[in-house]
Design a protein around this ligand. Structure first.
Ligand code: BES
Ligand code: ZN
Length: 454
């Protein structure tokens, strides 16, 4: 074992203690009540980067601050940007957590807390991987620049501005992101494709206030009925999206990719059991893995309006709102999809109602070069730390900044996920396996060496 690997092994308990401290800070970017916690998390990170031997800054933005940190004394060596996010999703519904989301609890070798895997636990592996070099060798074989943002879970709007404004000085060769998953326990992966996303909110308005359904029912259109009729037109019964043009730009999977996907071990029944469903469902003609990684979707995320409290209430509600998001695949354009969706909804708007359409964040899908020397270096580092070769996969989630790195900085991203699909990200009881955490740190420490040879 190298001195660095030994250092990483010797500090396993300290790493867990540090992660626990960070997980205790409820840095929920979507909730303005937690603005102070966002600053607290940023300050915690800055102090920890400095303790590791890097220079670090908190960069204010129009939203939540970005934390940067760097060590750039390896003259002539490649410069690696490491991206992660310290913001987390809201923890709701709280009553479904076994232990409170911001009181980290270790059970069965896993740490449970909001942000455990997405992304605090994964992101911080690189801080520790870098620190191991600085504390043992006093230097790194590559230059490193960390950019840790606080708005990933709400669309990364201000990060794009930061990258645009600093593109001359950032000057990196490749980006490293650990915010994805392994293929399965004991099967580490490098992700070469992510889906994009685009989101909106539709409100149908009827009467200016809720009305007595006996006095007025039957005289005006009901926004909930109208919304049900409208939304039911979005898909056919096999799950294919009915918005005209929705699939027209889709980059179809090559026969080779379909074969590769099919060669990965996948048990449909175990998949269903894990998700608590009787069977899978979705667009006909594609396997579950294909639909998940490489087919676009249009998903209803929430519908509200009318009365949903206890007991009956006889009203004609005044409005109904639906939140909709589409996952996009390579070649699809977020703005185009949203405008096609808006046109479709307006054309099918039931009589007697008014429609408002509000657009949210969007980002295109990402595909990275599978044959780059950087990917080969990552493969080698993961093989050493995990004791087995990683598989190449695509994933269905979105990381907006990956496209921005390519467009704004002209660099590729290495998506090196240490998590598992079963870690409950965005759900109650989110967790991160401490074995994966430790192997992630070991792989990070190894990566700086394998990347230095390029
Ligand atoms: N870490 C996830 C993305 C992810 C999860 C990628 C699993 C691959 C596998 C990330 O934090 C996330 O949730 N992103 C959001 C982005 C959106 C809010 C713009 C997403 O995918 O919903
Ligand atoms: Zn994430």
């Amino acid at each position: 074992m190298t001195e660095i690997a030994q250092y990483v092994a010797d500090h396993a308990d300290d790493y867990v203690a540090d992660l626990t401290a960070l997980l205790k800070i409820p840095s929920i970017s979507a909730d303005s009540n937690h603005k102070g916690d966002m600053t607290k998390a940023a300050e915690w990170l800055k102090a920890r980067f400095e303790a590791a031997g890097l220079s670090s800054e908190i960069v204010p933005t129009a939203g939540h601050p970005i934390v940067t940190a760097e060590w750039c004394e390896a003259e002539g060596a490649p410069t690696v940007m490491i991206y992660g996010h310290y913001d987390v999703q809201p923890p709701d519904p709280l009553d479904l957590w076994t232990t409170p989301p911001f009181e980290p609890d270790i059970r069965d070798g896993k740490i449970y807390a909001r942000g455990a895997t997405d992304d605090k636990g994964q992101m911080i592996t690189h801080l520790f991987g870098v620190e191991a070099w600085l504390k043992t060798e006093g230097k790194l074989p590559v230059n490193v620049k960390f950019i840790i943002e606080g708005e990933e879970e709400v669309g990364s709007d201000n990060l794009d501005k930061y990258l645009e404004e600093h593109k001359e000085t950032i000057n990196c060769d490749v980006a490293v992101v650990s915010d994805t998953s392994q293929y399965a326990p004991g099967m580490p992966a490098i992700t070469y494709g992510l889906r994009g996303i685009t989101a909106c909110e539709v409100t149908l308005r009827g009467p200016s206030k809720d009305l007595h359904s006996g006095m007025f029912g039957g005289t005006v259109a009901n926004p909930l009925t109208g919304m049900s009729q409208l939304l039911s037109r979005l898909h056919d019964l096999e799950g294919r999206v009915q918005v005209p043009g929705f699939y027209e730009d889709v980059l179809e999977l090559s026969p080779e990719e379909r074969e590769e996907f099919a060669s990965l071990p996948f048990n449909e029944q175990e998949f269903c059991e894990e998700l608590g469903v009787e069977s899978t469902f979705g667009e006909a003609g594609f396997t579950t893995i294909e639909r998940r990684w490489a087919r676009p979707t249009c998903e209803l995320n929430g519908i509200f309006g009318g009365y949903s409290g206890e007991g009956p209430k006889t009203i004609v509600p005044s409005f109904c709102t639906a939140k909709i998001s589409c996952r996009l695949v390579p070649n699809q354009n977020a703005e185009k999809i949203l405008s096609q969706l808006e046109v479709f909804l307006r054309e099918n708007l039931p009589a007697g109602l008014m429609m408002e359409f509000k657009t949210y964040h969007g980002c295109p899908a990402a595909l990275v070069d599978r044959n780059s020397p950087y990917l080969a270096a990552a493969r080698q580092a993961i093989s050493t730390a995990f004791g087995t070769e990683p598989v190449l996969i695509r994933e269905g989630g979105s990381i907006p900044v990956v496209g921005a790195f390519r467009e704004i900085l002209g660099i590729d991203t290495l998506l090196l996920g240490w998590g598992q699909d079963t870690d409950n990200l965005h759900s109650p009881d989110e967790h991160f396996d401490l074995g994966d955490f430790q192997r992630g740190i070991a792989a990070s420490a190894e990566l700086w060496k394998t990347l230095s040879g390029i």
